[in-house]
Write a protein that binds this ligand. Structure first.
Ligand SMILES: [Fe+2]
Ligand SMILES: [Fe+2]
Length: 404
């Protein structure tokens, strides 16, 4: 199946926003077609003849758990794992409120529905994924079109047999490592929400989300360690945002930062990866995680609805600045600055190429297609935030249908 038809297949595109009516649908189709056209015009067709070889015979069978008909507990032997600038363990001080709720009755029906859905749709990263699939980390796990320097003079100068495959592995690792670190941040932020949210309804749902995030950490970590064998540290942009969300004592900043902004961007990125990935295991991992993340964003919207009505002055100003600054950090997170130096490519030239790449420009804009409508839905698309989104050139998404 071609990249164009994959991108055009809206029925399997839960990571991108639903649009109102036919007009909205055709706009999304045309945006996705644009992405596919750009990819194709850049010559990004993936060689479909290059399928991964079948799994090796020497597979390790996990015997410490009960097996069932659907259990796939086989895996190739682990690769040696390389780390790029591995960070040491770190402890942050995070003042936080702990809220009891002695009323256990259901008062928010929609949160209880979301909680039930979470339990019904839980999956197991160990048994519901086919870890026996052999992955070539130097093939296009992430389509070349999403390499920030794809199609540039620097790309053309690379040796196609040695340097391109090496760069592919590093870019895939960079993107997936940042997903992994984002998942750790989500795991901890959601555990804070369990403790600090004021109602049993939200505590129960948040606890289900904690377990979702644990499985996301598990799945990305296992993929990176056993299939790619290379892990990058968090990008400085992501780390700065996670630190802010986790150490701010105001509960709504955790929802706003994690559920609306970080997870909103993640949904957009997962959607593109899911649609364009050629490697079946990462495609399936991304699909399962996206189903969970859509609920997480919905939880954020439900929890914050009405919270900002009537908020004025410095309190509102704090939220506005947080949204604008966080959006900048998230947009710049995908420029892969850390990769160029690591692989020995000219830093400034690669950064400029990434900024100029039409595919990356489209990709970085699409990341905001959930954030902007959700911020508007929460009543936070104030004149100041609007100006911020205009500067980021993402205000066009304000009329798209919000997530929930
Ligand atoms: Fe997650
Ligand atoms: Fe999440």
């Amino acid at each position: 199946m071609s990249l164009r038809s994959k991108l055009s297949d809206l029925s399997t595109l839960p990571g991108l926003p639903r649009l109102p009516g036919m007009a909205g649908l055709s706009r999304l189709r045309s945006t996705i077609r644009d992405a596919a056209t750009v990819a194709r015009s850049l010559g990004s067709g993936v060689d479909e003849a290059q399928q991964p070889p079948p799994p090796e015979e020497s597979q390790v069978v996990l015997r410490d758990v009960p097996s069932s008909a659907h259990v796939r507990a086989v895996s190739p032997p682990p690769r040696a794992v390389e780390h790029v600038d591995k960070l040491p363990p770190e402890v942050l001080r995070a003042p936080s409120e702990i809220a009891y709720d002695w009323d256990y009755s259901a008062r928010r029906a929609e949160l209880r529905t979301l909680y039930e859905k979470s339990k019904d749709l839980m999956w197991n990263a160990r048994t519901d994924l086919d870890w026996s699939i052999d992955v070539d980390p130097e093939d296009q796990i992430v389509a070349d079109a999403f390499n920030p320097i794809f199609g540039t003079d620097i790309w053309r100068r690379l040796d196609k047999k040695t340097e391109v495959p090496r760069l592919r592995r590093h870019i895939a690792s960079y993107i997936l490592s940042n997903f992994l670190h984002g998942e750790q941040g989500a795991l901890m932020a959601t555990s804070q929400i369990v403790a600090s949210s004021p109602t049993t309804d939200s505590k129960l749902y948040a606890s289900a989300q904690v377990f979702d995030e644990a499985r996301h950490v598990e799945a990305y970590d296992r993929y990176l360690t056993t299939k790619i064998g290379l892990i990058y540290p968090p990008s400085k942009h992501l780390k700065q945002l996670l630190d802010t969300v986790l150490t701010d004592s105001r509960w709504d900043f955790k929802f706003l930062g994690m559920q609306i902004l970080v997870e909103g961007v993640a949904l957009g990125a997962f959607g593109v990866i899911h649609q364009t990935a050629q490697e079946p295991l990462i495609k399936r991992i991304t699909q399962l995680i996206m189903q969970d993340e859509a609920r997480h964003v919905a939880f954020g919207v439900m929890s914050l609805r009405g919270h900002y009505e009537g908020m004025t002055g410095s309190e509102l100003r704090d939220r506005e600045e947080f949204i604008i600054e966080s959006s900048r950090l998230l947009r710049d997170r995908f420029l892969a600055q850390e990769v160029w130096e690591t692989v020995g490519l000219p830093q400034a030239e690669c950064e400029q190429a990434a900024l100029n790449s039409p595919m990356m420009q489209l990709f970085r804009k699409l990341l905001f297609s959930k954030i902007v409508p959700n911020v508007k839905r929460l009543g936070l698309l104030t004149p100041r935030v609007r100006r911020g989104f205009e500067e980021l050139e993402v205000i066009e998404y304000e009329s798209w249908e919000a997530s929930a």
